[in-house]
Unconditional design. Structure first.
Length: 152
């Protein structure tokens, strides 16, 4: 079986949010959108998910139009339905009602069966000082790795 192939990663999400829990969800896409994803033409920047009228919806994900399918193309940033079980949607809806929690897409990928999936993170926002602290820790780890490399 093929390895899961990552199409797009939302690196800014891990910088801006503390990820409490991750959930895998399917996506309701058109054929042209799937072809575009297979070509790696997607962007998760500034995207988010929410529960609307009992359905999980992914908003602001930019999937570029697939050129050979000129008439079958959809709007690049249209809202896309997430495929989750009713129990999962209800559980997420309960958690999202808590103060400060949001659903953020972390990565878009094809699983081993070739299905398009999105990894969602249940997250709460970082403050500015939290972000600075994370940068300091990352720099310290990098500096330690450099020092170890010089010793060898």
């Amino acid at each position: 079986m093929p390895e899961p192939r990552t199409v797009a990663v939302n690196r800014k999400a891990r910088h801006d949010y503390f990820i409490d829990e991750t959930i895998e969800a399917g996506l309701a896409l058109t054929g042209a959108e799937v072809k575009s994803l297979r070509a790696g033409r997607a962007n998760l920047k500034d995207s988010y998910a929410r529960i609307e009228r009992g359905n999980a919806v992914l908003l602001n994900v930019h999937i570029s139009p697939y050129d050979p399918a000129s008439r079958a193309n959809q709007e690049p940033t249209r809202s896309r339905r997430l495929l989750l079980h009713r129990r999962e949607i209800d559980r997420l809806e309960g958690k999202l009602k808590q103060k400060g929690l949001t659903l953020v897409p972390l990565r878009l990928y094809f699983n081993d069966k070739g299905r398009a999936k999105v990894e969602l993170g249940l997250a709460h926002g970082k403050r500015q000082y939290d972000k600075r602290e994370a940068i300091k820790e990352r720099e310290a780890r990098r500096e330690a790795a450099r020092a170890m490399g010089r010793r060898r």
